[in-house]
Design a protein around this ligand. Structure first.
Ligand SMILES: [Zn+2]
Length: 462
């Protein structure tokens, strides 16, 4: 029996998740994520696929985040036409996320063309048509349904508890000798709003591929985060200010809406309008409404799942005119808008109008990468530059870290312990250097003898 595993992304880094598994006479890709970051550093990595997509027998997709799904349309553009196995919720989220990714690339290219700065590096990786064609290949496989990709290769998805539809992947190769490979996907946290807690596979594992994003740090609890959110809304509303929340359209936005709904029902926030000002977030919220079957059933505060995201204070905004009208409105309000790291999108326009008012507050709830405007605001830069102009920062700035969708060190350890084991060999992926090292040590301390941190492009015979 020959089994080969090659690491073509999120190996020694965080983004670009992509692993090639050759087993049971087939070639399967685990994830096809986009490398994110400066275009000059990522464009070639994204563009040049290290294998022929026409020779793949299928793709297995762990979840809809772009750093896991964003190269699927590139595979299709290069001739891939096999099935893409993923959970039904991830399939439907991709129907929104991948066309949006294509749209952003096309828009960026047009913008640079108009400025005479468009070069080979700025050409879109794929088109809207490629994104739509990708959707045709998606096959929805519910959690716990064992599916045979080949005669001797079976697949089962388990809830990774990270975002809606996110999965850990349990692959069993039943050729003589047998082999069980588990890919963690992105591991979520206990107590995250809406979705269920992570549910790792259990029993002996031959090969584990495990993420390590936050293996070197700890988060505040989700309950503490919600309490702080309530306190912040009360305080800013009392002084007549607005709360501006840059948030990722997928995951963070719905969690905040859910938390605000709970706080309102419990009488812990005043009756002020809450705006979700992002067409993508509105579309994604629609997909959430389609998949109550994967919601956490223990939530009693919300009477009906269909009304999870609807309560009297909330308004969803698509049109630009409506978005602009928010700036003229007086009085306290919460405005949630993309992008999550304040690099683009409607949040920029709201900041231009509101960041100079001392009554207002900018609430950071997500990871802010280096060199982003969100990071500069978080670190207290003043003034800040938006679209080439400088604006003084008089608004208060606060960070609530507890809404992270990634397991921290303690939660990763709990996940590994629940696998039970023994684990014969582990590959640590999806982390910056310190996190990769921390996760490797955590696994060794947990009794895994063979722990490796693969480099980009490395291949292993299992
Ligand atoms: Zn993710």
């Amino acid at each position: 029996m020959s089994i080969r595993l090659s690491f073509y992304g999120a190996a020694g880094q965080v983004t670009g998740s992509m692993y090639l598994l050759e087993a049971a006479g087939g070639r399967f890709l685990l994830d096809a994520g986009l490398f994110q970051g400066r275009r000059s550093e990522t464009h070639d990595l994204n563009l040049r696929l290290p294998f022929d997509p026409r020779r793949l027998d299928g793709v297995v997709l762990s979840h809809a985040h772009i750093d896991h799904s964003g190269r699927l349309p590139l595979l299709v553009r290069n001739g891939f036409h096999g099935p893409i196995h993923t959970t039904p919720a991830t399939r439907d989220l991709c129907a929104v996320m991948l066309p949006d990714a294509a749209h952003i690339q096309e828009k960026d290219f047009e913008f640079l063309q108009r400025r005479g700065k468009a070069g080979e590096q700025s050409e879109p990786l794929y088109s809207m048509a490629d994104a739509v064609a990708t959707q045709e290949l998606m096959v929805g496989v519910p959690y716990h349904r064992i599916t045979h990709l080949r005669k001797h290769l079976a697949l089962e998805f388990l809830d990774a508890g990270h975002i809606l539809g996110s999965a850990s992947v349990d692959i069993r190769i039943t050729e003589p000798g047998g082999h069980r490979l588990v890919f963690s996907g992105d591991v979520g946290r206990s107590g995250l709003p809406i979705i269920r807690d992570p549910q790792p596979p259990s029993g002996p594992i031959d090969t584990l591929i495990v993420e390590s994003t936050y293996a070197d740090r700890s988060h505040e609890s989700v309950a503490d985060a919600e309490a702080r959110l309530g306190e912040t809304v009360r305080r800013v509303a009392a002084r007549g200010g607005k709360i501006l929340v840059p948030a990722f359209a997928l995951g963070r936005c719905q969690e905040l809406v859910y938390s605000l709904h709970q706080l309102w029902r419990a009488g812990k926030i005043p009756e002020i309008p809450i705006y979700v000002d992002s067409p993508l977030a509105v579309d994604i919220t629609t997909v959430f409404r389609m998949h109550p079957e994967v919601f956490d059933q223990r939530e009693h505060l919300v009477a009906s799942e269909s009304r999870l995201f609807d309560f009297p204070l909330i308004r969803y905004i698509r049109q630009v005119e409506e978005s602009k009208a928010l700036n003229a409105a007086n009085g306290p309000a919460v405005i949630i808008a993309a992008s999550g790291m304040v690099e683009s999108g409607r949040i920029l326009h709201h900041l231009i109008n509101e960041i100079g008012d001392h009554r207002n507050l900018v609430l950071i709830v997500g990871f802010q990468a280096e060199h982003t405007l969100g990071r500069r605001i978080q670190e207290g830069a003043n003034p800040v530059r938006i679209f080439g102009d400088e604006y003084p920062v008089r608004a208060e700035v606060e960070t609530i870290g507890g809404y992270s969708a990634h397991a921290d060190r303690g939660e990763l350890l709990a996940w590994v312990r629940r696998l039970g084991g023994p684990i014969r060999r582990a590959f640590v992926v999806h982390g910056e250097a310190a996190a990769l090292d921390a996760m490797a040590k955590l696994l060794r301390d947990a009794g895994v003898r063979d722990v490796r941190v693969p480099q980009h492009g490395e291949t292993f015979d299992l």
